[in-house]
Design a protein around this ligand. Structure first.
Ligand SMILES: Cc1cc2nc3c(=O)[nH]c(=O)nc-3n(C[C@H](O)[C@H](O)[C@H](O)COP(=O)(O)O)c2cc1C
Length: 353
């Protein structure tokens, strides 16, 4: 199975997926204030990732490139990113490192959006030389290194050994001279992982949790032998991954992604400490079924909705989301109790500050 064919399969199968109707985000409630004392016109959506300024907390997460026929998808996504002022990550650039004729399927992103924030993407087992080429290919502002162990294991042709990846990340983070995000791919993260990454000098993670695109489900559909459907929904949801990160946020910039359905999920992510929020599968489906203009309008309306939510919450800056009290309910409370996460403190933090 060629890498290019696999990329196309992923796009087609991701189109068949749907963002969950139910989500752990539904078990989190933001507390309404009747007297917010904020003018909507004063609310500000700008943020930053390790010094890279962003006009919006929303970004297009890593999806594609690496096959001639997906160049058009990257061109359209880059146009959407430019028109809406949001950052965009490309899919894994590994294929292009092996075949220079595929570079253009990624470079189109920089060509369309010369001043935008563009994020390069490679597996966390990549070499220093690969990372340098991937960054140069895009004149990238940030590099993502992805972790996808369950996907590799369910993929018949996937990797089977994951020894030495932590040390490799340590080397890359030390040597790459732009910010490096270590990201999951829909399976989420936990405190143990955050500590491993902090200990080797990682400063930014994208939790990319469950609730949206499920690569065990996607790879299972590509298999002809051995059903792995019982492993679907493996991992931590995005809400749990963010809760798990709370005690590490003084040492780690945390990004949220995985199954983001709407601006309330974004607001809850920001209240759980996320600095920015990535969306992959949902944006791909809107782009492919409704078109570029529809996706631009969709993101613009999301920006308006975020201003509205900030006004209702009584905050002017995104950073202030981190003081917004929230109530964790249902099975999420059980998780917090079992993992000794201070969910009561979250519910009362404005009163305490
Ligand atoms: C078609 C498709 C291809 C993807 N390819 C990559 C990839 O090459 N590198 C990567 O880090 N993540 C990749 N992802 C994972 C996303 O970046 C994201 O972590 C995951 O889909 C969860 O977000 P979502 O629920 O909003 O889709 C891909 C996702 C989709 C839908």
């Amino acid at each position: 199975m060629s890498r290019e064919k696999r990329k196309l399969d992923h796009i087609h199968l991701a189109m068949e997926e749907s963002t969950s109707v139910q989500s752990h985000f539904d078990l989190i409630r933001l507390i309404h204030l009747s007297l917010p004392e904020v003018n909507l016109a004063e609310t500000n959506l700008s943020t930053s990732i390790s010094g890279v300024p962003l006009h919006s907390p929303i970004f297009i997460n890593a999806m594609t490139g690496g096959a001639k026929s997906v160049k058009e998808i990257n061109r359209k996504l880059a146009h959407v990113a430019k028109e809406t002022g949001i950052a965009m990550a490309v899919g894994s650039q590994r294929a292009a490192l092996q075949k220079p004729e595929l570079w253009e399927t990624f470079q189109v992103v920089r060509d369309v959006n010369p001043k935008g924030v563009v994020i390069a993407n490679l597996g966390a087992d990549s070499t220093w030389d690969d990372a340098g080429q991937a960054i140069d290919m895009l004149k990238a502002d940030i590099l993502q290194l992805h972790l996808n162990v369950p996907q590799e294991l369910v993929m018949p042709e996937g990797d089977r050994s994951f020894v030495g990846i932590l040390q490799n990340i340590a080397t890359l983070v030390d040597r790459v001279n732009i910010p490096v995000i270590v990201k999951e791919t829909g399976f989420g993260m936990c405190r143990e992982t955050y500590h491993q990454l902090i200990d080797i000098g990682v400063q930014i993670v994208d939790v990319s949790g469950g609730g949206g695109t499920d690569f065990i489900a996607i790879e299972n559909k590509r298999r002809t032998q051995n059903d792995y459907s019982h492993l679907q929904a493996w991992g931590q949801s995005t809400a749990i991954s963010l809760l798990e990160s709370l005690s590490c946020q003084n040492q780690l910039t945390v990004l949220s992604s995985g199954g983001i359905r709407n601006t309330l999920d974004i607001a809850k992510s920001l209240a759980l400490g996320a600095q920015a929020v990535g969306i992959a599968g949902l944006f791909l489906r809107i782009l492919q079924t409704e078109g570029t203009t529809a996706l631009i309008q969709y993101i613009q309306s999301w920006h308006q909705q975020l201003h509205t939510i900030m006004t209702m919450l009584g905050i002017r800056e995104l950073a202030a989301f981190k003081q917004v009290p929230l109530v964790v309910q249902g099975e999420l409370t059980n998780w917090c109790k079992a993992r000794q996460i201070d969910w009561r403190g979250l519910a009362n933090r404005r009163l305490q500050s």
